[in-house]
Design a protein around this ligand. Structure first.
Ligand SMILES: C[C@H](CCC[C@H](C)C(=O)SCCNC(=O)CCNC(=O)[C@H](O)C(C)(C)COP(=O)(O)OP(=O)(O)OC[C@H]1O[C@@H](n2cnc3c(N)ncnc32)[C@H](O)[C@@H]1OP(=O)(O)O)[C@H]1CC[C@H]2[C@@H]3[C@H](O)C[C@@H]4C[C@H](O)CC[C@]4(C)[C@H]3C[C@H](O)[C@]12C
Length: 382
């Protein structure tokens, strides 16, 4: 796989960094997640393919162990607020001095500088500061965050993974590592560059929820079907819009013009009434195979059985029976292979990893008896 042979130390975080680590693991990297000790469960639900080492970083001896792991690795991925790693003596200056090839990825909400750099926050806060949250929400409703998708994942974990791959590519020429300052505010905004760049097209010159792509247009929205499910309509271009009207059994001559914004409420009402007359499956049979840009709104479980997704293997069930999207994009010659076995227990690989990174058996036993590390391989054999 593309990242085979890459060694990544992922310090356990909440969601963005674990997603970044999962992407790297899916594409072949060896990702060693450093967990806290004395913790019964991990919140890392994106742990497939990772190994877990448990270290009590409140102890200088554990910090020394982590330093040894980092300087013998290609990437360190840290999810903490600004200054935490420096406080432990594990800042970029400390580690890059010993390993100039190290790629030091810092995934934070606000970045390593600025007045918010040390502030706590979550996806919605970062999305708010990015400017994008102000555009999200139906007309006359307050802004809402689309799950924690945009800042945590698109602008955070994925953007950080992209940065790591860029730094690896650059290192193949320069031989030098570098620091990646991945701010989720900036990552989210960057993902949303189109919103700024398309203002000259007049796409966003009406209030929130009244524009074409923000639920204002009736031909770009969702509609409830008779069985309580929904269809998604994205018939923007006139030729596709005509196929939508045809599929709905309507006559264009009886309707207001597609782009008559003042008539959009009336058009939406007409579409709402018509979509309510058939089930989602019936509408699927009408629109499948056309260019009307109408698709069923599928649940997280329904995606697995949809014919298109099935034909591509877009989703899979792991050994625990859990559905997951397959890694994207698909590389023709070196595709990702998502691990399908269970996630690691906290500390399951502590002993294995420390041995591999040069610790003697006696050292490991001493660290264990001193409570510096935790070894839970036994749990894995149960
Ligand atoms: C995981 C579910 C989904 C969450 C998504 C949410 C919407 C997000 O947006 S996540 C993105 C958060 N932001 C960032 O990641 C940006 C960068 N990080 C930060 O800004 C901060 O880390 C922080 C604000 C997120 C947290 O700050 P905190 O003060 O806690 O920590 P830091 O300042 O970073 O310092 C880290 C300290 O930890 C020490 N450390 C680190 N490693 C070790 C170690 N191995 N050993 C010892 N010590 C270690 C380090 O030294 C630092 O110490 P100091 O501070 O002394 O320097 C979640 C959605 C719902 C959640 C669940 C719910 O809330 C209920 C439960 C609540 C319970 O409290 C926890 C379990 C829950 C089940 C909870 C679990 C999950 O959080 C959720 C499922």
């Amino acid at each position: 796989m593309a990242l085979t042979g890459l060694r990544v130390i992922e310090l356990a975080g909440l969601a963005p960094a674990p997603f970044c680590g999962m992407i790297l693991a899916d594409f072949g990297a060896r990702v060693i997640r450093v967990d806290r000790t004395k913790v019964s469960m991990t919140v890392d639900t994106q742990a497939r393919g990772k190994q877990s080492v448990a270290l009590n970083l409140k102890s200088p001896k554990a910090v020394a162990v982590l330093k040894r792991l980092c300087v013998q690795s290609d990437v360190v991925l840290e999810p903490y607020r600004k200054g935490v790693m420096e406080k432990m003596g594990l800042g970029p200056e400390d580690l890059l001095k010993e390993n100039p090839r190290l790629i030091y990825a810092r995934l934070t909400g606000y970045g390593q500088s600025g007045s918010y750099a040390k502030a706590a926050g979550h996806d919605i806060n970062y999305l708010a500061l990015s400017g994008l949250l102000s555009m999200l929400g139906r007309s006359s409703e307050k802004p809402y965050a689309p799950l924690n998708l945009v800042a945590d994942f698109a602008g955070g974990g994925l953007m950080c993974a992209f940065g790591i791959v860029l730094a690896l590519l650059e290192r193949s020429r320069s031989g030098q590592g570098q620091i990646i300052d991945a701010s989720m505010v900036e990552g989210a905004a960057y993902v949303g560059s189109f919103m700024w760049k398309s203002r000259t097209l007049g796409l966003w010159n009406r209030p929130r929820g009244e524009n074409m792509l923000d639920s204002g247009a009736p031909f770009y929205d969702t509609y409830r079907t008779s069985d309580g499910k929904y269809m998604a309509v994205g018939a923007i271009e006139p030729q596709f819009y005509q196929q939508l009207i045809l599929g709905l059994g309507l006559d264009d001559a009886d309707l207001p013009s597609q782009m008559s914004v003042s008539d959009w409420p009336q058009l939406r009402q007409t579409f709402t009434q018509v979509f309510a007359t058939k089930t989602q499956a019936e509408w699927g049979r009408i629109f499948d195979g056309t260019d009307a840009c109408v698709t069923p709104v599928l649940s997280l479980d329904e995606v697995l059985s949809h014919p298109h997704n099935q034909a591509r293997g877009s989703f899979f069930k792991d050994s625990q029976g859990e559905i997951s999207p397959r890694p994207a994009p698909v590389l023709s010659r070196s595709p990702a292979e998502a691990c399908r076995t269970r996630d690691p227990f906290i500390g399951e690989h502590t002993r294995t990893v420390l041995k591999e990174y040069g610790f003697e058996q006696a050292q490991i036993e001493q660290l264990l008896s001193d409570g510096i590390i935790e070894c839970n391989e036994a749990k894995a054999r149960l």
